[in-house]
Design a protein around this ligand. Structure first.
Ligand SMILES: Cc1ncc(COP(=O)(O)O)c(C=O)c1O
Length: 373
């Protein structure tokens, strides 16, 4: 038998799992602190937790687990379509929005194709592209970690696909709409596919005006990503969706694995999307707590706090005398977990990300930071 490594397909060799926040079990194991005693600011999901109505719907769906789920997620796609005023044929549902990144790259990329993305941005795009053997051109963020539109458009020459995260993870910054449209126009002109991740847009006040979902008619090359993970707290159930021109969706629907979204997730998501009360309470909380944390975090010696558009803070902590890894480890000894951003491409090891949580939790965070720094 040859060594297994000689049988692995190219492109997959050397791939490593992407680092993510929210690894509470690992943190508990490393620190010796119980999971329930850890405050997790590393994962930017809804501090109010799961939409209650969605949870009830998931519980009611337990009776269906003996059967296969609807492979085409028809009811859920219908609800999403109605919500956005598009057709069911414009929607695909995935096992978390992450599945759709891999489905999109698997469906459209071949070895040697060029893909453009910002650095830093959400790390899973890179893994999805590398798996196909395509090549990535990274475009560093500009001054103040803003998306550099001109550099990005320049880098798009000859590309097959681009990835954009709006607001961006980890910087929590939106791309101004007129600049985003310049990129979309340039991509359309050059027949470049656009994967636009709007997973965090639901936390932004004027989401509807900022979303590009209403533009899928104009931009036949555009795929807009959304998730039930963040705002609706269906994180562990794994359900996300994409909205695009019917031709793109047809391709993806024929490539996806069958039964990719389980029946509990489908039932919960159908109800979640219309849970307006949960949405409003969340936005209100995030708005108030962002103000509180902006002020509190800005007072921490050595922190440079970027004003966030999404539900998490991005902080340059060069001046604290710690590296991001050192500070993360130190805070964990007090039971506080933050996201060390050292694993993000294009960032020096002095940046951290902190999610907005409940008021009492945010108070505790500031107290612990006061002790440590
Ligand atoms: C920007 C962004 N997009 C997508 C995802 C994946 O979310 P999901 O849970 O829907 O797979 C994440 C997860 O952290 C993210 O930060």
């Amino acid at each position: 038998m040859k060594p297994i490594s000689s049988l692995v397909k190219e492109g997959v060799m050397g791939l490593k799992p992407c680092v993510h926040g929210g690894e509470i079990l690992d943190a508990a194991y490393r620190s010796g602190i119980k999971c329930e005693d850890i405050l997790d600011f590393s994962s930017s999901v809804n501090p109010l937790g799961t939409s209650k109505k969605a949870l009830e719907a998931a519980e009611a769906a337990f009776g269906q687990v003996a059967a296969y789920p609807d492979s085409a997620s028809v009811e859920l796609r219908e609800v999403i379509a109605k919500h956005y005023g598009v057709m069911r044929s414009n929607i695909i549902v995935g096992n978390g929005s992450t599945e759709l990144m891999y489905l999109f790259t698997d469906s459209f990329l071949s070895e040697g194709d060029i893909v453009v993305m910002a650095a830093p941005t959400f790390g899973e795009y890179e893994g999805a592209v590398r798996k196909t053997g395509a090549v990535i051109r990274f475009v560093k963020l500009g001054d103040d970690k803003k998306f550099d539109v001109d550099a990005f458009i320049n880098a798009m020459t000859g590309a097959k696909m681009i990835f954009i995260c709006n607001p961006n993870n980890p910087t929590s910054l939106l791309i101004p709409t007129h600049e985003l449209k310049r990129v979309l126009d340039a991509a359309l002109e050059q027949s470049i596919l656009v994967f636009l991740d709007e997973d965090f847009l639901e936390f932004v006040e004027n989401e509807q005006q900022l979303s590009m979902i209403s533009n899928i008619g104009k931009y036949s090359n555009l795929f807009v990503l959304r998730s039930f993970t963040k705002l609706f707290g269906l994180t562990g159930l794994r359900v996300g969706y994409g909205i695009a021109n019917q031709e793109i969706i047809n391709v993806l629907m024929s490539v996806k694995i069958p039964w990719n979204v389980n029946c509990l997730a489908q039932a919960a998501a159908v109800v979640a999307l219309e849970d307006v009360e949960h949405l409003q309470r969340t936005r209100q909380l995030i708005c108030e707590e962002k103000k509180y944390l902006q002020e509190g975090l800005s007072r921490v010696k050595g922190f440079r706090v970027y004003v966030p558009d999404a539900n998490f803070f991005f902080i340059d902590m060069h001046e604290t005398g710690y590296t991001a890894t050192e500070l993360t480890q130190k805070l964990l000894t007090y039971g506080v977990m933050i996201r060390d951003c050292s694993s993000f491409k294009g960032l020096e090891p002095y940046y951290i990300r902190i999610a907005v949580k409940l008021h009492s939790e945010n108070v505790q965070l500031l107290q612990v930071l006061g002790k440590v720094i």
